[in-house]
Design a protein around this ligand. Structure first.
Ligand code: MN
Length: 128
C-alpha cells in the first residue's frame, strides 16, 4: 500500500447503532481514523469542521436523510470534493438514480459486505 490508513479520516453517518458499531469496528481494525454522526445534519456540521477524507453515508435517517446531506455537502466549496459512499438497504434502478443525482460518488447495499466496502473505499485513496 502506498498510503497510510491512519492518516485517512473516515466519517461514518449511520442512525442504526448496530450498523454503526459494525462499521466502526471494521474500519478501526483496518486502522482508519473514525468520526461518527447519527443524522445528516450532524454529518454536514462535522464535515465542514473536520474535512474527512471520505464519508460513508446512510440514506434513511431522521432529522436529515443522507440524500439531503449529500446535496448540501456537494454544493459547498469546502466539502464538495469529499467522496461520499452511500449505504443503502435498497438499490433498485430508481434508487440508484436518486443516489447519483444527490451527488453520491458510489453506493454499497446493506447488509454490508466487508471486502466490498474496503475495496470501494480504497479505490478513492489509491487515485490520490
Ligand atoms: Mn438508517
Amino acid at each position: 500500500m502506498t498510503w497510510n490508513q491512519k492518516e485517512k479520516v473516515i466519517l461514518i453517518v449511520e442512525d442504526d447503532h448496530k450498523s454503526l458499531k459494525l462499521i466502526r469496528d471494521l474500519l478501526t481494525l483496518s486502522e482508519y481514523t473514525i468520526l461518527e454522526a447519527t443524522n445528516g445534519k450532524q454529518a454536514v456540521k462535522i464535515s465542514r469542521k473536520e474535512r474527512p477524507d471520505l464519508i460513508l453515508m446512510d440514506i434513511q435517517m431522521s432529522v436529515m436523510d443522507g440524500l439531503e446531506a449529500t446535496r448540501i455537502l456537494k454544493t459547498n466549496e469546502k466539502t464538495k470534493n469529499i467522496p461520499v459512499i452511500a449505504l443503502t438497504a435498497y438499490a433498485m434502478e430508481k434508487d440508484e438514480k436518486r443516489i447519483r443525482e444527490a451527488g453520491c460518488d458510489d453506493y454499497i447495499t446493506k447488509p454490508i459486505n466487508i471486502s466490498e466496502l474496503l475495496k470501494t473505499m480504497e479505490a478513492y485513496f489509491c487515485d490520490n
